[in-house]
Design a protein around this ligand. Sequence first.
Ligand SMILES: C=CC(=O)SCCNC(=O)CCNC(=O)[C@H](O)C(C)(C)COP(=O)(O)OP(=O)(O)OC[C@H]1O[C@@H](n2cnc3c(N)ncnc32)[C@H](O)[C@@H]1OP(=O)(O)O
Ligand SMILES: NC(=O)C1=CN([C@@H]2O[C@H](COP(=O)(O)OP(=O)(O)OC[C@H]3O[C@@H](n4cnc5c(N)ncnc54)[C@H](O)[C@@H]3O)[C@@H](O)[C@H]2O)C=CC1
Length: 332
Amino acid sequence: MNKQSKYKAFRVEEKDGNYISSIKEIPFTPLEKGELLIKVHYSSLNYKDALSSIGNKGVTRNYPHTPGVDAAGTIVSSESNKFKVSDQVIVTSYDLGMNTDGGFAQYVKVPEDWVVKLPENLTMKEAMTIGTAGLTAGMSVLRLSEIVKPEDGPIIVSGATGGVGSLSITILKKLGYKTVAITSKETEIEFLKKLGADEIVLRKDFEKMDKKPLLKSRFAGGIDTVGGVILENIIKSTHPMGVVTCCGNVASPKLDLTVFPFILRGVTLIGIDSQNYPMTYREKVWNKLSKEWKNDQLTEAADEISLNELNEKIALILKGKLKGRTLVTLEV
Ligand SMILES: C=CC(=O)SCCNC(=O)CCNC(=O)[C@H](O)C(C)(C)COP(=O)(O)OP(=O)(O)OC[C@H]1O[C@@H](n2cnc3c(N)ncnc32)[C@H](O)[C@@H]1OP(=O)(O)O
Ligand SMILES: NC(=O)C1=CN([C@@H]2O[C@H](COP(=O)(O)OP(=O)(O)OC[C@H]3O[C@@H](n4cnc5c(N)ncnc54)[C@H](O)[C@@H]3O)[C@@H](O)[C@H]2O)C=CC1
């Protein structure tokens, strides 16, 4: 690698409290022991990247910064004993795209401990169609399936047209669960049915605040990606001994609940944290995503954009207007 050379990145800068993004040329910095330099072929857009790009200090403390919690690429330089030059790898979460420059760039520099070998049955493009959203969906379904089985009843999924929601529906379908998808997008009902949703519930009918501590029990479980009143209503509508996973806060980080769903119905609430998910489980989920959970439909439906188009898509994801997955190609 020529020390003088630079690489392109989608860079967010802070100017007088405003956060401005543009494509910049960044100089390479030397690798430390245990680090890898990866030439990124694909990244993908996750909600967290949008938060990073608008200056959410809970995600990124210091700017200038390159967002992108996902990257798939080829190792071009290695100071690691675990990986060698030419290995094809995936990096998702840990600190990538948060306070470490992320995947919206032609190169990323990461510690070896964050890296997963690309599973045999996945291309880099497929891996990034899955990305952090798919890993989170996989973790959610895996945890849920340890407690409730398909014969226990339907599973409700919120934020169903989004990255985590849509991938959750496809995995649940593969495992034989009946699914109920919550969406505000009446135009996407066919999309959700094609993914495998058995029933659609409109968001406006599910986000009404109800002071009652329990609602009629309707679902064996839930995969919630939005938080707030929708998560409250899912928990209050879950069957005895059912389970709800919680990973997101696009609607709200708040929960206003009583203990009754937990102590009168034995409902379990499971928090999902993909960022620090241990490597052993991470590899297990990636292997399932590459084999029995693999879904070609979403790969085909994914939108593919370049770094130049990121700003436009970030504005849409923040408004809840994106559907499925958005791949970012760094291939030239
Ligand atoms: C792909 C994944 C996702 O999409 S996750 C969802 C998107 N992410 C977010 O919305 C992040 C939101 N985070 C925040 O808004 C803030 O971090 C906060 C409100 C949760 C906390 O901010 P605050 O300023 O109140 O906390 P401190 O920085 O003072 O920290 C307090 C305490 O918590 C620990 N902590 C902070 N952030 C995290 C984190 N992301 N994961 C785990 N732990 C966290 C922090 O280390 C402090 O503990 P201490 O023992 O004192 O070090
Ligand atoms: N805990 C973890 O490890 C992870 C958490 N997340 C979180 O999960 C959530 C979903 O992430 P993605 O699927 O990447 O985002 P996304 O933008 O692709 O999907 C969000 C979905 O929620 C819907 N939505 C938006 N605003 C809403 C509202 N007010 N009420 C109800 N629905 C609303 C959108 O229409 C969309 O269908 C985000 O909060 C993200 O930060 C994502 C990945 C990992």
